[in-house]
Design a protein around this ligand. Structure first.
Ligand code: SF4
Ligand code: SF4
Length: 355
């Protein structure tokens, strides 16, 4: 890379383990350990959201609100799609995006039917999983009619905007959430310690300590954390920290009927996700890809990552997120140099004035 944001930029080894760059933006094996938890802390936990099996039911949104006491805020449809939440916010800690696309007609592919026992997060007894469902319960095909009417007036063959014979409509649906970044700028800039790294490597905001300064909001490269206008404090997904301590999976993952939202040790989720992408690609879904799993990306990888069926931008995700506090050392260097320069100029003016 040649630009000023090279992943090698600023590499100055500060101890035997990590460089200063890695401490701010690069790969970091153990964010909880880096935050000061001892070697006995639990493994890093996270989310794998497999959008290829999301049916847009919004059970995750509702379960999150119910468990966490998050107020309802949007009851109107946007008029553009079935998405009435529109984005993540202080009162929407999960957001199911609905994207309508016209794509070339492709052969039906068994997307849901390829789910395996490997998808069983298995962290909570009795939790329904694809492995425990019959094929009839989970089977589906690409291009299946999900019962969603088209948007807009009925299409007359030959009319402007009508579908061509070789194209079909498909819906992409995806439940977005806080990414629980390896390097979380929201946490870096918080002056009160309201945002903290948990022993599970996740990022939690404590609403009773938040002073409403709002620094975290522009710092988040994903536009996740948000202030409630009525009280000014910041809110976002906690990955159900209170449930984790009791060995329970987060409310959204528990409620997801297709196991599109999977919770577990991040290493296991990453292995499972790699297998899933490989399977989909073998089945001809070559556009399947992972987002947020790469530890060399601009935030050191995410604790919540996704399997997508199109470019991240299509889902409203930034293609190349960068932790906004990455350049702090160089910013301090420039600020220091500017201060020294200013002091030198003042001293020179003072000395010159006395002659
Ligand atoms: S920076 Fe944004 S996405 Fe990352 S942990 Fe903070 S709120 Fe979540
Ligand atoms: S983990 Fe908990 S707080 Fe986060 S989106 Fe899921 S239900 Fe909401």
């Amino acid at each position: 890379m040649t630009d000023g944001h090279s992943k090698e930029a600023g590499r100055t080894r500060t101890d035997g383990t990590y460089t200063s760059y890695e401490r701010l933006a690069g790969p970091l094996d153990d964010p909880a350990g880096e935050a000061g938890y001892d070697g006995q802390h639990p493994p890093r936990m996270g989310f794998f959201t497999d959008t290829s099996v999301c049916i847009g039911c919004k059970a995750c949104e509702v379960a999150c609100k119910e468990w966490n006491g998050v107020p309802g805020d949007v009851l109107d449809m946007t008029g553009m799609s079935y998405d009435n939440t529109t984005e993540l916010g202080a009162n929407s800690w999960r957001h199911v995006a609905f994207i309508e696309q016209t794509v070339p007609i492709q052969e039906d592919v068994d997307i849901l039917g390829s789910l395996s026992a490997a998808n069983n997060s298995g962290d909570e007894a009795g939790s329904p999983t694809p492995a425990s469902r019959t094929p009839e319960e989970t089977a589906g095909t690409r291009g299946s009619d999900l019962g969603m009417p088209g948007v807009g007036p009925p299409v007359t063959p030959g009319a402007q905007g009508a579908l061509q014979d070789d194209r079909e409509v498909r819906w992409l649906m995806s439940s977005d959430v806080c990414k629980h970044c390896t390097h979380a700028a929201c946490l870096d800039v918080c002056p009160t310690g309201s945002l903290f790294r948990t022993e599970y490597g996740t990022v939690v905001v404590q609403e009773d300590i938040c002073n409403g300064c709002g620094y975290c909001i522009p710092a988040c490269p994903y536009g996740v954390i948000d202030q409630r206008p009525d009280d000014g404090r910041a809110f976002k997904c906690t990955l159900c920290y209170d449930r984790m301590g009791d060995g329970l999976e987060p409310a959204c993952a528990k409620a997801c009927p297709t196991n599109s939202i999977q919770y577990g040790p991040l290493d296991e989720l990453r292995e499972r996700a790699a297998e899933r992408v490989e399977k989909l690609q073998e089945r001809g879904i070559t556009e399947a890809r992972l987002y947020g799993h790469e530890p060399t990306d601009g935030v050191g990888g995410d604790g919540a990552f996704f399997l997508l069926l199109d470019e991240p931008e299509v889902y409203g995700l930034p293609p190349d997120p960068v932790v906004t506090t990455r350049d702090l050392p160089s910013m301090w260097r420039y600020a220091g140099a500017a201060a020294v320069g200013t002091m030198a100029a003042v001293a020179a003016a003072f000395v010159g004035g006395r002659r």
